[in-house]
Design a protein around this ligand. Structure first.
Ligand SMILES: Cc1cc2nc3c(=O)[nH]c(=O)nc-3n(C[C@H](O)[C@H](O)[C@H](O)COP(=O)(O)OP(=O)(O)OC[C@H]3O[C@@H](n4cnc5c(N)ncnc54)[C@H](O)[C@@H]3O)c2cc1C
Length: 511
């Protein structure tokens, strides 16, 4: 219970503040609504609409690259025919789920959280919020702070400077800021990049463009997946919606886990399987080894999924070409490559990726001490050592984000209910194990991760500080293991439990 409430009538106090109304924040709100029905909570969203990623990205063809039976919420069946869904369908699903679970009225859009201060004396967070439009700074207090801000910067993506960019006569577009009125039908388009966005854009643009060239510095693994799930189709005819959804969800979790484990344990076998399938999709004599043979092992970086092999189909019919080369300079006519070849273009798309941003840029302090995220360890990949009444959502990178987001939100509810039952009002994990070694929170070798993962907290080498990236293992950990595991410390009133970890800024406070 927040003591500040007793001293002053303002600011407004709630039990839980959720930051962000994307897939994770809306999911967390639904969990709170269902599992902690008597808690007062608000969802603060910086933008003027909910949906996060699925509202922001508007480039042609924008879609998921994992199946919606696992990217969807555990409690809200995905019922569309398409398993790999387009952005507008996912946004509709988020909005419909929010409406069905009556969480829309708890969402305050145009509220950007800029900082939050924990006071051990008062036993609560003071949250500083900038309102859109007026720019007014307001404050709220809350007992528990749950950050669901996604993992990247919304203002702009990663856009390296290309020499000669000012010489190019046509538009240069980043997919994160796709201009609605951009004309590309009948034009020559060069898409720079080889990640999920590039492989989505190329076949979508190739439907009407004169020609699309995907210019990549190095290849990625590209895997074709059926856009519709035949098993889901059959089960939906025979079972109630929720039963069919859960069955397909578990089938896909099993396949995903198997494919990830095979990639990590038998990378050569996996490379060979992917190569065989890629060859099958491309015309005879196509140089698979130049354009589709990455220098790394599968799952060192995320695999790129293409529904029904649409990228390969665009290459087969000659509507798209892949160039594996490097940009030397932009010219008036297009892009000059290191090899000396020039790609002529009317439009250049720089699908060069995202800029990661930890915790939506929210600056945290605990009893006046700034929380330096890189010095912190993440407990279960969702709480910070020595930071009280606080959790964050970072989904899986080797599977659908929501599988972990769901577990995180349900665990926060479990924690809140445990504290209420036992009369505690404060909790924080303590990293006192001197044998713990530190690793990056996100274990991918992709450029966008390597550029900024040092700004994030780390993970430890052992449970419960280790991020498994394994849904079945996490399910056991999050659902079945005791909340009071000896690492999580609890306290009530102004008691002072031993929550001071090796990296703790929480030493001596009254949690
Ligand atoms: C194009 C694209 C495709 C993707 N496809 C997949 C996929 O197929 N499968 C998969 O698993 N993952 C995918 N991802 C990752 C994707 O981001 C997650 O799946 C998921 O949408 C993340 O949801 P989220 O709510 O955690 O974050 P977001 O969708 O990023 O939402 C975060 C919300 O928090 C708000 N916010 C941020 N900071 C603040 C602040 N300080 N104050 C208030 N509000 C704030 C933002 O405005 C936003 O609305 C994709 C990402 C992109 C960019």
């Amino acid at each position: 219970m927040c003591l500040i409430r007793m001293r002053t009538t303002s600011p407004e106090h709630v039990d839980v503040v959720v930051v962000g109304a994307g897939l994770s924040g809306i999911g967390a709100a639904c969990h709170l609504q269902r599992r902690c029905p008597d808690r007062r909570y608000v969802v603060l969203e910086a933008r003027d609409r909910i949906g996060g990623t699925w509202d922001l990205f508007r480039y042609p063809g924008v879609r998921s690259d994992s199946d919606m039976h696992t990217l969807g919420y555990s409690f809200s069946p995905w019922e569309d025919a398409k398993a790999i869904a387009d952005g507008p369908a996912i946004l509709r699903y988020i909005t419909d789920t929010a409406a069905r679970h009556r969480v829309l009225e708890r969402v305050r859009t145009g509220h950007r959280v800029v900082s939050a201060q924990w006071s051990g004396e008062d036993g609560c967070w003071t949250v500083d919020v900038r309102r859109a439009g007026s720019g007014e700074l307001i404050q709220l207090t809350c007992d528990f702070l749950l950050i669901c801000s996604g993992y990247y910067r919304y203002e702009h993506g990663y856009a390296p400077e290309f020499a000669g960019a000012d010489r190019f006569a046509g538009p240069i577009v980043h997919p994160q800021q796709w201009p609605e009125a951009l004309e590309y039908a009948g034009k020559r388009v060069v898409v720079i990049g080889s990640g999920a966005t590039a492989v989505t854009l190329v076949p979508a643009l190739a439907r009407t463009a004169a020609h699309v060239t995907m210019l990549q510095r190095s290849p990625s693994y590209v895997i074709s997946m059926p856009s519709q799930d035949a098993v889901a189709r059959r089960l939906r005819r025979r079972l109630p919606a929720m039963a069919a959804y859960q069955a397909v969800r578990w089938k896909n979790v099993a396949l995903m886990t198997l494919s990830y484990q095979l990639s990590r344990r038998r990378p050569r076998l996996m490379r060979a399987l992917i190569r065989r399938e890629t060859r099958r999709q491309l015309p005879d004599g196509y140089d698979v080894d130049v354009h589709f043979k990455p220098a790394y092992d599968p799952w060192d970086q995320r695999l790129c999924i293409v529904p029904d092999g649409d990228l390969f189909a665009a290459v087969r019919r000659g509507a798209a070409t892949i160039a594996t080369d490097e940009v030397d300079t932009f010219t008036e006519r297009g892009v000059m490559l290191r090899s000396g070849r020039e790609l002529e273009a009317d439009v250049i798309v720089t699908a060069t990726g995202l800029q990661l941003l930890a915790f939506g840029g929210v600056a945290l302090t605990v009893d006046g001490d700034p929380v330096h995220l890189p010095q912190k360890l993440a407990y279960k990949g969702m709480m910070l050592s020595g930071v009280p009444n606080f959790a964050f959502t970072v989904g899986y990178t080797n599977a659908s984000w929501t599988l972990k987001a769901d577990l995180t939100a349900a665990y926060v509810c479990r924690l809140l209910n445990h504290m209420r039952r036992r009369g505690y009002d404060r909790c924080a994990p303590a990293d006192e194990d001197a044998a713990l070694t530190r690793e990056p929170l996100i274990n991918l070798a992709s450029g966008y991760v390597l550029r900024s993962v040092r700004d994030f907290p780390g993970q430890g080498s052992k449970r419960p500080w280790r991020v498994h990236q394994n849904y079945p293992l996490d399910l056991i950990d999050f659902r079945l293991r005791a909340v009071d595991d000896g690492v999580m410390r609890f306290a009530r009133g102004t008691a002072t439990p031993a929550v001071a970890g090796r990296n703790s800024t929480f030493q001596g406070s009254s949690c």
